[in-house]
Design a protein around this ligand. Sequence first.
Ligand code: ADP
Length: 678
Amino acid sequence: MNLQETLKHYFGYDSLRSGQQELIDGILAGRDVLGIMPTGAGKSLCYQLPALLMGAAGRGVTIVISPLISLMVDQVKALNQAGVHAAYINSTLTEGQIRKALEYAGQGRYTLMYVTPERLGTAQFLDFAGKASLAMVTVDEAHCISQWGQDFRPSYLEIADFIDKLPVRPVVSAFTATATDIVRRDIVQNLRLESPVTIVTGFDRPNLFFKVVNRKGGRETDNSVLNYVKRHEGESGIIYCATKKNVEKVHELLVAHGISAGRYHAGLSMEERKRSQEDFTYDRLSVMVATNAFGMGIDKSNVRYVLHYNMPQSLEYYYQEAGRAGRDGEEAECVLFFSKQDIMINKRLLEHKVSSANAGIDDDELRANDQRKLNQMIRYCETDQCLRQYILRYFGDESPCTCDKCSNCVVTEEETEQSYITDKRAVKKMAVMADLTDEGMELFELLRAGRLELARKQNVPPFIICSDKTLKDMCIKLPRNSEDMKNVYGMGVQKTESYGETFAEIIDEFCLAHTEYVESMKAEALDSDNPGDLGTQGVESEKQRRKEKTVRKKEFYIDPNMLDDVEIVDECIVSELANRINELNQKQGITGMKKLTAAFINGLLQQNGYIEELDMDDGSKTKRVTSKGAEIGIREEERKAKFGRRYYAITHSRESQKVIITLLKEYFFTGYGEGIVE
Ligand code: ADP
């Protein structure tokens, strides 16, 4: 089988995604590769497919180094389901089982062999590796090799020595989702990759919708989270909290309201954590409330939302955690409930952070780094720019200014939450099924039940049988024989053989009772230019329709006459003044509009020469009051931030507050108020 046939046969896909082709070609040409792709982009396929091709060509087994046992177990199960011979070796196996697995691997019975990094240095494994033919060594979650990332694993540093000890150096491939420049350099250097083909596909996850929702914390955030979960009943979601205490509190709240939620944090016993994770993975629990201890091991692809009850410590953490939503490529939401208290909570957590083993990196330097990251996280919560753009820029990607898929670009439900609380009809259709008609949804539910039954029998999580996306494609293509079944997204030969009949029976029965639905699907197929791909065509046009329905958030505007009502106080900072102005609009019931920001007011002050922005010695910028500003009563005071950075705290007197009001009036009277451009 060639590459294309292998892809279709084992994985049921028709084409490779962007980046995958180059990495696979690199490996097959005998080059080292480094793949940096976001979660859900399909990194696994980049080594699994060449492993299959090289294995078939008699070049030996591929060793995959993976940091977590649960992750490797899921991967191996998924490969076995697809008909690929793969195994893992870890501490959950008995000595006898390990011996057997290595013996089989040595005989070339496995295409892929998953191991933890700690295993590599054992005499037994070195003995095996010295004798067996190894086609490739793959390093998954390669950022664990860098102490600049948050998942540093000292044993990753020993991988390069292991490779050096092999009689013949195999191809080395490394993959990660998180890699700032410094982490990327660490990976190449510490793994001693030899001029690797490096592909960075960009960090965008187009199927994720990002939201920041401002809440006061406590009861207000609790209510919002509860409402959200209720609106999304039946969907899988994760709620991240900063502390164990919050996990307990939110978990209790959800359970008290009849929601099937689990909890996960370091204070629970190993056993309890394991059970919780399993129940969630197997869809026995729909929601997981967790600290960031609930992490890398989750490979659940149908998580439809990730809520953050508290703001995390850095955008790296945030994007990684939020990124656990929508790994199946279907629409999913990431909502961060931000309250000012989160800043304090995180500062405290950072102060108590125990420094990990570090080779030559100064503790102060790491702390300053943490603080910088926290500040950038806070700015994400406060910005009124496109959130996706903010994230992508942080990771070094350029992106268009607006995305139409974040709460700063479009109005979101959270902002009109009140109306949803009592409106039961507002319970949302599951996102993945949003493209289906009511009848299509009915079939989807039947197929889901069928999948659950199959999963129970096989003792694997339902998403390992097949993804929601596969089920949805069945609802559109209505396959009733094995040929049609193989055309369904994600149904390879092995899966069609194992499960095709079960699904086809369900579809058959459904079609007999729903002839109109069958006709409408046929008609759609004819309407489409590409009859073979009616599923995606239907989905795409529906997506377009929905996109057109989303409402763009209006720029901030206030009736200039209303500005006379703004309360002037003895002294305040500029964001307090902005808040008071925003409240005036709120009192008028004006919604669906961006808020006036401190940054905008500062921009006006700067344009008019009252303040200026200066570069500091450490490369940061600070705002200073000019002599013109001092004349109208703007005051500044030099302060030192926790990590030594100097900055100036600027406050406004009654007089300067009045000047700001006048500037705003001028701005909106002149008609520029149609749009604030920063
Ligand atoms: P990552 O490791 O990058 O987070 P995965 O390897 O888990 O992502 O892949 C995410 C999902 O995308 C999986 O369900 C996988 O089967 C699917 N996938 C990968 N490559 C393709 C492809 N070429 N076509 C369709 N689906 C794909």
